[in-house]
Design a protein around this ligand. Structure first.
Ligand SMILES: *Cc1c(COP(=O)(O)O)cnc(C)c1O
Length: 388
């Protein structure tokens, strides 16, 4: 049985008529950059996320870069970021010639450890970028309260977490000062190319973000500040507008798939319960924690990725590939061990929890349209590996 890591075709087929019409409408309007489609999309995101301002931008990476430019991050500033995330979370800091300062992640949630964050604060710290990794909210209230006490700006990297909620029900990306989202096709809400969104409840920041999205001219061609071309185009906005009303249904399906995987792994005798952090005879597979299930609080995890950890990760991955199961490693090298950040002087062992995840994690297919047979097949293949 073939189980790809992600198959976007069934989603397109289910909305083909509406999507094709939306694209043709933009073609007929010949209005390609920003404009009414983008404004309408932005309004719909304000309603959906319950935030004051939302701005369509060119990608999730550009959302982060624009956010850091809006708060005037410059050489000499330090910006704190978890060492275990997608490269863009740290890359944008270095691109502005500021200094990335890395933080350890929590062993259960994979998200930024608030205590280690607090330890890394110095007089040069300008901002922190908590990442809501794999679709689960970081401990964002704790991060915001520590940041406030030290006058640090919070830029949420919610690229993998659109529609995810913190335990009090607020949407991630609307709790810090600026939220950053991505519409890259493999995210839960993907467009037909690159796209992203920045959000804020702060009127002053919204104004700066708007100006810097288009080169920083205010009025046009008169520059008090420097911005860039961070615009989203109307075609991408039109696609997103068709898909947004379906997002919650798709996230719900991902959550059901996650729950099913968890049960199947437990039934197969490969794990005892989610959230374990050490391998033993009864936990050959470490399952991602679904904290919300235990505590009855919201903490709505949207499972952009379902990440398990196994000791013989590379051998397991090879075995799954041989059995036509698509997987990926998010992410094999934490930032502090990346060659491009060698100048920061880190070494192996500096962030043992993140290194452990980087060495053992493997992403399994979790997209909404997977069949139960496919989920069963994935777990059976794991079992076969251990019985070999
Ligand atoms: C995808 C992603 C980004 C970047 O988004 P793009 O739209 O691909 O530029 C940033 N941060 C995280 C955590 C991501 O997963």
């Amino acid at each position: 049985m073939r189980v790809p890591l992600l198959d976007l075709k069934p989603q397109y087929q289910s909305l083909k008529k509406e999507l094709d019409e939306a694209i043709i409408k933009v073609a007929e309007s010949q209005h390609f950059i920003l404009g009414p489609e983008v404004s309408a999309m932005e309004k719909e995101f304000c309603d959906y996320l319950n935030c004051k301002h939302a701005l369509g931008v060119s990608s999730g990476t550009d959302a982060l870069l624009l956010a850091l430019m809006a708060i005037d991050v410059k050489p000499g500033d330090e910006v704190i970021v978890p060492t275990y995330s997608f490269f863009a979370s740290a890359g944008v800091i270095a691109r502005l010639f500021a200094t990335p300062v890395f933080v350890e992640n929590d062993p259960v949630t994979f998200n930024i450890d608030p205590k280690d964050f607090e330890k890394k604060i110095t007089s040069k710290t300008k901002a922190v970028i908590p990442v809501h990794l794999y679709g689960q909210s970081a401990d964002i209230e704790e991060i915001v309260s520590i940041a406030k006490a030290h006058n640090i700006i919070v830029v949420e990297d919610a690229a993998q977490a659109i529609g995810a909620q913190y335990k009090d029900g607020r949407f991630v990306g609307t709790i810090g000062d600026i939220g950053c989202f991505s519409f890259f096709p493999s995210k839960n809400l993907g467009c037909f190319g690159d796209g992203g969104l920045v959000t804020t409840n702060n009127d002053e920041l919204a104004k700066i973000l708007t100006i810097k999205r288009v080169h920083g001219g205010e009025p046009k061609y008169y520059h008090k500040v420097i911005g860039g071309n961070f615009r989203i185009d109307a075609l991408q906005a039109a696609v997103i507008r068709v898909k947004l009303p379906h997002l919650d249904k798709w996230s719900e399906k991902r959550r059901q798939n996650a729950k099913r995987y968890t049960q199947l792994f437990i039934d197969a005798g490969l794990a005892q319960e989610p959230g374990k952090t050490k391998f033993d005879g009864k936990n050959k597979v470490l399952l991602p924690a679904a904290i919300y299930e235990k505590s009855g609080v919201k903490n709505y995890h949207i499972y952009n990725q379902y990440i398990v950890r196994v000791e013989q990760r590379d051998a397991m991955r090879e075995f799954l590939t041989k059995n036509e199961i698509g997987t990926e490693i998010y992410y094999p090298v934490p930032f502090h061990l990346q060659e491009c950040f060698k100048y920061l002087g880190h070494k192996k062992g500096d962030f043992p929890i993140s290194e452990f995840s980087a060495d053992t994690s493997i992403a399994l297919p979790i997209y909404p349209e997977l069949s139960d047979e496919q989920l069963i097949y994935v777990v059976e293949t794991f079992k076969k590996f251990f019985n070999n």
